[in-house]
Every structure is written in C-alpha cells, then in structure tokens.
Ligand binder design. Structure first.
Ligand code: DGL
Length: 272
C-alpha cells in the first residue's frame, strides 16, 4: 500500500524528465524523488510503441517494487503517449500514475485566447496522434498543427542548448510552414524545456508556450492531497538512477540538483 513517506517515482529516457522532477521538488519540497533516466535506450522518440511499453513497465516495476514509490510520474511525452494506458491498467488501483500530456491538454483547452496551437514533439509522440486526438475531442473548433522534431531531444541530451548549433536547429524547425500563424505552442517533449528560452526568443515572446513542468507538479499535488498521500515532513534525499552512465546526464542533473547529487547505475533487464 502506498504511504505518505514513500517516494515519488519519476522517469524519462534521459535528462528531459529532470525538468519535471525539479518542478515537483520546488512545489513539494518535503517529497523524496526517485528518478530513473533510461539512458541505455534513449532516444525513445524513434522507438516503437511496443518497445517503449516494455521499457516503461520494467522501470515502473523497479520504482514500485524495489523503491516502494507511492506514485509514478511518466515525465516523458513519448512514454506517456505510448505506455500510459498500459501502465495504468497494469497497476490498476495500486498507485496513482501520472502522464505529462493530459495536464497540458487541460491548460490549452482552458485558454480561450488560443485559435491555432502548434505541437512539437518526437516522432513517436506525433505519430501516436494522442495530442491531436485529445485536442480535437476536448475542443473541436481549435485549430492545431503537429510537427515532429526528432533532432531536438538527442541534441539536448548531448548538451547542445543555448549555443549556435541549437539555435540553427531550432530555427529550422520553427520556420516550417506547419507552424505558421500559431498563437500557442505545446513543447510536447520534456527535453524541450531546456530550450524554452531559445524558442521564446525565436517568437519574441508573442507565442504562448506550454510545457509539462509546473502544470504537472500542480496536478500531482492536487491528486496526492486528495488521496492523503502528501508527505508532512522532509523524508529523504532524492536519488537518481540511470540505465547507462553518461557524463551529460550527470552534468545536467547536477545543474538542477547541485553538486552533492547521488547518481547510480541500475540496469533494467532489457539493458543487461
Ligand atoms: N523526453 C522525452 C519526451 O518527453 C523523450 C525524448 C526521447 O527520448 O526521444 O518525449
């Protein structure tokens, strides 16, 4: 049974989910986070749904059974698109499982100033059609345009952001005709939070940007409160696991969480 002092499990293919984990730590400083970056298998964005489901299930098993997490945050749009329903049905009734897509959809459809929203995300997320389907179901009149941007997550994972290379790649994507005339843009990959400033600069602040940091953290807080699962006291140090050690992961994690960060390697069976 989940308990208030148990940790929150958060996972992504790599560093992207750290943006979500960090937003959770800011909003809920008493909570302990156990983070898993599946660096052995990134990028998820060019993998099949079945493979992502398998990786996600193994990570979730590790977080729930070995680390006794009280809930799971899928801090990855690709895994949310490919595996959320599967994970939710597999763990039905045991622990709350959160995806990063629904809170973004809720915020976008609640904003009546938006007429045309763009979506940038990995190939797997765009091809899944999850964003498109949810937007058109929730707000039939809303115009949307989706563009796969497969170079962005690997570029960011390698540490290329806020430099000339990232600027060239970002501009190239944002200049595509699909994104003409948008007044809002969904950053449909948790990695893209790291380039949010560059995207905002491109649009000179004139396009509203939606990402899965604070809105996911707020959603998590609401649900944990309702389920009486919020921790009242500080419970422990955050722990970070990767399926394959990479220096860029360690650097990015330290940039978010400070030098004393504890990073461990944990194989999941498909990376053994
Ligand atoms: N950060 C992930 C997402 O939100 C996945 C990036 C990748 O591994 O391709 O989609």
């Amino acid at each position: 049974m989940p308990h208030t002092h148990h940790p929150i499990g958060v996972f992504d293919s790599g560093i992207g989910g750290l943006t979500v984990a960090h937003a959770i730590s800011r909003l809920l400083p008493n909570e302990q986070i156990i983070y898993f970056g599946d660096t052995a298998h990134l990028p998820y964005g060019d993998k099949s749904k079945d493979l992502i489901k398998r990786y996600s299930l193994e990570i979730t098993d590790f977080l729930l059974h070995q680390k006794r997490c009280k809930c799971i945050v899928i801090a990855c749009n690709t895994a949310s698109a490919a595996a959320y329903e599967y994970l939710r049905d597999t763990h039905k009734g045991n622990v709350p499982i959160f995806n990063v897509i629904d809170p973004i959809i809720e915020s976008v459809v609640a904003d009546d100033s938006i007429r045309h929203v763009g979506i940038i995300a990995t190939k797997t997320t765009i091809l899944s059609g999850v964003y498109q389907e949810k937007l058109s179901r929730r707000k039939p009149g809303l115009k949307y345009s989706a563009l796969p941007t497969p170079l962005l997550a690997p570029m960011i994972e390698e540490g290329f952001y806020n430099n000339n290379i990232s600027q060239t790649v970002i501009h190239n994507y944002l200049e595509q005709p699909e994104l003409e005339d948008i007044d809002a843009l969904i950053l449909g990959c948790t990695h893209y939070v790291m380039i949010k400033k560059e995207i905002n600069d491109f649009y000179k602040g004139k396009v509203k940007l939606f990402d899965s940091t604070d809105i996911v953290a707020t959603k998590l807080k609401d649900i944990l409160e309702k389920e009486h699962l919020l921790s009242e006291n500080q419970v422990g140090k955050n722990l970070f696991y990767v399926s394959d050690y990479t220096e860029s992961f360690e650097q990015s994690a330290k940039a978010f969480y400070g030098e004393s960060l504890a990073l461990e390697q944990q194989k999941i069976s498909s990376s053994k």
